[in-house]
Design a protein around this ligand. Structure first.
Ligand code: CIZ
Length: 317
């Protein structure tokens, strides 16, 4: 009979921790990890956060190498904002299905239909699509970015759920939405939320704006991962049902030891985010793979859309 050897697992983990620490020094590397990464990755990260916080952190880092534990569009962003640093994505297959729901050609056609509109592009998009846009946004700042636009008509790409949420919060602008969505957030149904609420009647339900409309309507609070983290810290409630990818439970638990967190479904897992493991991170630092670069003709334009977003947000501080 096969017996799982937990002692071996622990020893292997300790070995990888040592190896990663040595390689970090050797390479002069910093490890950035998205809030949706595995716990084992968040444990060794120098900086954890959402895509906005990590993009800013990447520009402030003094290290030569940035190991970006997230998905491709995030590493591309870091590479464009830091052309003098080497950006590594430990697993090259870590993509984002939402980012693949829009192409440059289709966006160009939409722009032709609405020549007076500005394009606001959610960061979950390729560098090429960013290059075709006027400004980027993340889920933590989408409302503020759209409000800050001088144009009254906005083509918002590619997440329709986030777009609809922004539309509700910026009623004086006309938003033209794209038909894209996050496959992970779309998995959560109203029935699952209602069941979880029945099971945990004292818990508040917190949802990410990438969720379906009917799910958001059940929420006590709607916000990005950064927003949810802030909300929970400031809330007097003791129990929460979390309507976003399960990686966020790690930071929520770290920040709020006395509070309880429940997932409304076991399916709330982004397979791409979970591809990165300690072993792949160690290999990435050891073999310097996979180096993420963006062709300069695209990077020149895409960088501007990211920098504009950072400038708008920094000016508000
Ligand atoms: O912007 C991000 O990092 C994503 C994808 C989600 C969130 O709310 O942090």
């Amino acid at each position: 009979m096969h017996r799982h050897d937990q002692n071996f697992d622990q020893k292997y983990k300790e070995h990888l921790h040592r190896k990663i620490a040595e390689l970090k020094k050797e390479r002069d590397a910093i490890i950035l990890a998205h809030n949706y990464q595995r716990e084992e990755i968040q444990e060794v990260a120098d900086i954890k956060g959402d895509s906005y916080a990590l993009a800013v952190a990447a520009t402030k880092a003094k290290n030569k190498v940035i190991a970006f534990c997230g998905v491709l569009f995030m590493a591309e962003g870091a590479a464009m904002l830091n052309p003098d640093k080497t950006v590594l994505l430990p697993v090259k297959e870590a993509g984002c299905p939402l980012a693949e729901m829009i192409t440059v050609d289709k966006l160009r056609k939409k722009k032709e239909e609405y020549p007076e509109a500005a394009v606001v592009c959610y960061v979950n998009s390729s560098a090429a699509v960013k290059a075709e846009s006027d400004i980027c946004c993340t889920s933590s700042n989408a409302v503020e970015i759209v409000k800050a636009m001088k144009e009254d008509k906005i083509i918002f790409v590619p997440d329709k759920n986030l777009g609809r949420y922004v539309r509700e919060h910026v009623p004086d602008k006309e938003l033209i939405l794209w038909d894209g969505y996050c496959v992970t957030h779309m998995r959560l149904t109203m029935e699952e939320v209602l069941k979880a609420k029945e099971l945990y009647p004292g818990a508040e339900f917190l949802a990410h704006p990438e969720c379906r409309k009917e799910v958001l309507e059940l929420a006590n609070y709607v916000g990005s991962t950064a927003g949810i983290l802030k909300y929970v810290k400031g809330s007097s409630a003791k129990e929460f049902i979390i309507g976003t990818e399960n990686g966020l439970i790690y930071q929520l638990t770290q920040d709020n030891p006395g509070k309880k967190f429940y997932m409304p479904t076991n399916e709330f897992v982004c397979a791409n985010m979970k591809l990165t493991t300690l072993g792949w991170l160690a290999r990435s630092l050891e073999q310097m793979m996979y180096v993420i670069t963006v062709p300069e003709n695209i990077a020149v334009k895409a960088r501007k859309t990211l920098s504009r977003m950072i400038d708008v947000m920094e000016a508000k501080k």
